[in-house]
Design a protein around this ligand. Structure first.
Ligand SMILES: Nc1ncnc2c1ncn2[C@@H]1O[C@H](COP(=O)(O)OP(=O)(O)OP(=O)(O)O)[C@@H](O)[C@H]1O
Length: 256
C-alpha cells in the first residue's frame, strides 16, 4: 500500500540555524506515527512544515502521491489534514456548538455542497445536527451552549478535536495533545485518540513528551535529535535501540 505521507530530503533553517537537516521518512495508511525527541530537536518545526504553516528550504512532501511541498495550509486541510495545537485553538467568544458549526460549514463550503449560505448566521439544520452530534460524541453535550472561553483545559482540547473532526480529516496532526494536562486528563485524551482512530480509520501523526501516551498509542516512533532522525521503528525496536537509549530515552524508557 502506498504511504500516506512521503517525506524526502527535508531541510528547514531559521536564518543560520539549521533545524531540519535532510529528513527522509514515510507514514503508512492508518498507522499512529509519533515523533519524539528532546526539546529543540525540531519536532514542532517539522509539524509546521508538514502542515504548511512554514515553508521548507529544500525537500519534498507527498500526500497520497501528490506533491504538496508548496501547497498552502488551508488547501492541505481541504485535502484531508486535521490539526490540533499545543495550546488548543478555539474561538473563545463563540459557544461550543458554534465553534464546531463553523468548522462543518467551512468544510461544506470547501466542498461546494452549499453555495452562498456562508453569511447566514443561522446554520442549516443538517449542519447544526452534524455539529451537535460531534459535540456529544466528544463528551461536551452539556457544554454545547457555553462560550468556549469558560471550558476547562481538557474540555478545550476536546472541543479542538471536535472542530478538527468537523473537517472530516483523513490524517490527524496532533502537536503534543496532552500538553499541560493532569494524569487523568492524559488518560482520557489517549483513550479519545484511540477511539477516534478505530472508529474513523484515520492516520495519526503526533508529537508528544509523555512516554506513557506514546507507548500506548504508537505503531511506530521516529526519534529526532538536533534536526536529524536517530531511529524509526516500533516502540519495541526503538526501546531496544542503543543510540536512542544513550542519547535520549535511557531513564524515561526504562520506566515506560
Ligand atoms: N520561528 C523561529 N525562528 C527562529 N528559530 C526558531 C523558530 N522556531 C523554532 N526555532 C528554533 O528551532 C529549534 C527547534 O525548535 P522546535 O520548536 O522545532 O523544537 P521541538 O523539538 O519542537 O522542541 P520542544 O519539544 O521544546 O517543543 C530550536 O532551537 C528553536 O529555538
Amino acid at each position: 500500500m502506498k504511504p500516506v505521507l512521503e517525506v524526502t530530503n527535508l531541510h528547514k533553517s531559521y536564518a543560520a540555524l539549521k533545524v531540519l537537516k535532510g529528513l527522509n521518512f514515510n507514514v503508512a495508511e492508518k498507522e499512529t506515527f509519533a515523533i519524539i525527541g528532546p526539546n529543540g530537536a525540531g519536532k514542532t518545526t517539522l509539524f509546521k512544515v508538514l502542515t504548511g504553516e512554514v515553508p521548507c528550504n529544500v525537500g519534498q512532501i507527498k500526500f497520497r502521491g501528490t506533491d504538496i511541498t508548496h501547497q498552502q495550509a488551508f488547501r492541505r486541510v481541504h485535502s484531508g489534514f486535521g490539526r490540533t495545537f499545543q495550546v488548543a485553538r478555539v474561538f473563545p467568544s463563540l459557544t461550543v456548538a458554534e465553534n464546531v458549526i463553523v468548522a462543518v460549514e467551512a468544510r461544506l463550503r470547501a466542498e461546494n455542497v452549499r453555495s452562498g449560505k456562508w453569511y447566514h448566521w443561522r446554520p442549516a439544520a443538517e449542519v447544526r445536527d452534524e455539529a451537535l452530534h460531534l459535540v456529544a460524541d466528544l463528551g461536551l453535550a452539556n457544554e454545547a451552549e457555553r462560550e468556549a472561553r469558560y471550558l476547562s483545559h481538557g474540555d478545550k482540547k476536546r472541543l479542538e478535536f471536535a472542530i478538527m473532526l468537523g473537517g472530516r480529516p483523513s490524517i490527524l496532526m496532533l502537536d503534543e495533545p496532552t500538553a499541560g494536562m493532569s494524569p487523568t486528563e492524559r488518560v482520557a485524551i489517549t483513550d479519545l485518540i484511540r477511539r477516534i482512530k478505530s472508529e474513523r480509520g484515520v492516520t495519526v501523526l503526533m508529537t508528544e513528551h509523555d512516554m506513557d501516551v506514546i507507548f500506548n498509542l504508537s505503531d511506530r516512533l521516529m526519534v529526532m535529535n538536533y534536526g536529524e532522525i536517530l531511529a524509526v521503528g516500533s516502540p519495541k525496536e526503538v526501546r531496544a535501540n542503543k543510540t536512542v537509549r544513550d542519547v535520549y530515552l535511557g531513564q524515561e524508557m526504562a520506566h515506560a
